[in-house]
Write a protein that binds this ligand. Sequence first.
Ligand code: GDP
Length: 331
Amino acid sequence: SSSLQDDHKPRILLMGLRRSGKSSIQKVVFHKMSPNETLFLESTNQIVKDDINNSSFVQFQIWDFPGQIDFFDPTFDSDTIFGGCGALVFVIDAQDDYQDALDKLQLTVTKAYRVNSNIKFEVFIHKVDGLNDDYKMESQRDIHHRATDDLAEAGLHHVHLSFHLTSIYDHSIFEAFSKVVQKLIPQLPTLENLLNILISNSGIEKAFLFDVVSKIYIATDSSPVDMQSYELCCDMIDVVIDISCIYGMVDETETNTFNNESSSLIKLNNGTVLYLREVNKFLALVCILREENFQKQGVIDYNFLCFRHAITQVFELRNKCQSSGTDRRRS
Ligand code: GDP
């Protein structure tokens, strides 16, 4: 059932003061809006459960401050809201005075932690595109310091906050989300392992497993990630989606032209090949390799099929565990 399917998806709550950038983040990451268009977004003034949830691997909800969220309001059902959520992303506008935001952060973390001590707390120090590098580092230090002090004061020394510098004007927002989502995937070590095996047997340099809709990568092999490779792969996904929307054949059973058979190949003039293969409804594998290694495409394709088979098993196993009532989510 779809509710069963939804249960295992990483669930993320996006919170922060009004105008901190939550709707922009949602639109840019999950709806392909270009960053400039967000200037004309109307501010969120209600709880938004994004409709993206059916087409993405990641579940996602937005909450706004101030106004409708009053933790002391008896109708605010914090048990349901925090109970079912894997990560709480708190967005702070780094171009603004952030004292208010820090106060709300402390209040939110305190409240959420009491309901669900397994939540991962992620602070996005956002809109850093407007700041120079020194100031960026300085605000990160300052926010980190003050937020941790506030928590210690509230008796929550042991609660861990992670910090990310983000902007919708570059790939930092996707990169930050990728890190957040990866913490919520209990099978991550297995996925990484499978990717390591795949690349070492196929002459591939780097491989990412992408949530296609959001371009968040949910896993990669264990070689270091450089931003440029990640950006290249993101761009490739955009191209492939655009092309399959325009030229893809749609029959009655398929709502999405991007399917099991989808694959794509881009050769760059520096001798690099980008190769994309669809893994399942949500996920695609994107690989970067040298053109000469791509001559063994048969081997690569065969290895890919083994990889896809293994991935399917990993997720089926999870479904089985969940339907038998065993929740294996790591705490
Ligand atoms: P919300 O009320 O938290 O949903 O905030 P919005 O998404 O409406 O964003 C408020 C304003 O911040 C908009 O004008 C956005 O264009 C702007 N904004 C959002 N993200 C960024 C960013 O990364 N950098 C910059 N410079 N502006 C941003």
